[in-house]
Design a protein around this ligand. Sequence first.
Ligand code: ADP
Length: 354
Amino acid sequence: MKISFKKTYRFALISAFYISLFATALVMPLATILFNVSFKSILTFGVIFIFSIYIYSFIIIQYRAEHFIYRRVKKFYDDVSLLESSNLLSHPITTDMETLTREVKKFATDKKLEIEMLKVREEYRREFLGNVSHELKTPLFTVQGYLSTLIDGAMEDKTIRKKYLKRAEKGVERLIYIVEDLDMITKLEVGDLNLDFSDFDIVELIQNVFDLLEMKADKRKITLAFENDQIQPVFVHGDKDKIQQVIENLIVNSIKYGKEGGLTEVDVINLTKKKVLVRISDDGEGIEKQNIPRLFERFYRVNKSGSRSEGGSGLGLAIVKHIIEAHKEKIYAESEFGIGSEFSFTLKKVQQND
Ligand code: ADP
């Protein structure tokens, strides 16, 4: 941080004036009494005297005050470690208290902001840790419960053994799922995510996600389809894997919170010359208006107990938002309770030279 100090001479000028006035008023009558000389000589002496005293005291006061304040200001800055001492050395230090006050005020404001930021971060850390341990506890206790029951004798029964081991495995799968999401969100939040940009066909990518999630959707008899069945390839610019994750998370949610036998539709719309909008809509349970603004928060769930049984980590939408924002694009959520939800995000279109 570079501060420019304003040099002021007012203090030294006025002080020097008073000193020279006093000294001259004292010396002149004495000189008149002690040296029997003409009035003209006394006057000349007076002028030279007042002038020399004025210059001398001005220089001394200015120099001393600068150094006096310099030492203290430097110590002050050193103490509060606002600046490297060497940084200050290169600046002329001033007797101008106004500048110093302004600097101190600025320093105090900066520090206050810094403290507030640290407090927010501390709060975030505490909340994050609380949420993480809470998320991990449930599957961990499930696994522990099944394993303990097996050890305590249930192992002897072949069918129970298999059933409990399968349940324990499910718990471990869930743990892995949560840890993977946590890993992803941590990377995203520290800005450690290197996007690997390329041009790809978003329609093809969506079709791949449909294929990937077909079994999951079948379990709830949900149909995954394009809104427009004549949809043509649309080339976009982005990180293909990360965008796939976005689409996967949104479609998984539409299956989890969609109604049995319902429909999830995806559309790719030409928004402007440079942008497309990818829209994923379902006819599921919907979200109440007051919950919509909080959907993208980490660990936020509308229905705390209900959603947990669906196996989410509460991080899905937070991850989606981070990825879209890392692309410098926008994501929107709209929903009508009991009717359905719609999530959409923009992407950069590849300019076709035709
Ligand atoms: P989760 O792991 O709980 O699914 P998300 O971050 O993906 O976490 O979603 C947060 C919450 O938003 C969910 O718990 C759910 O209540 C709500 N939600 C997300 N998508 C939908 C949807 N398509 N329909 C209804 N509610 C949804």
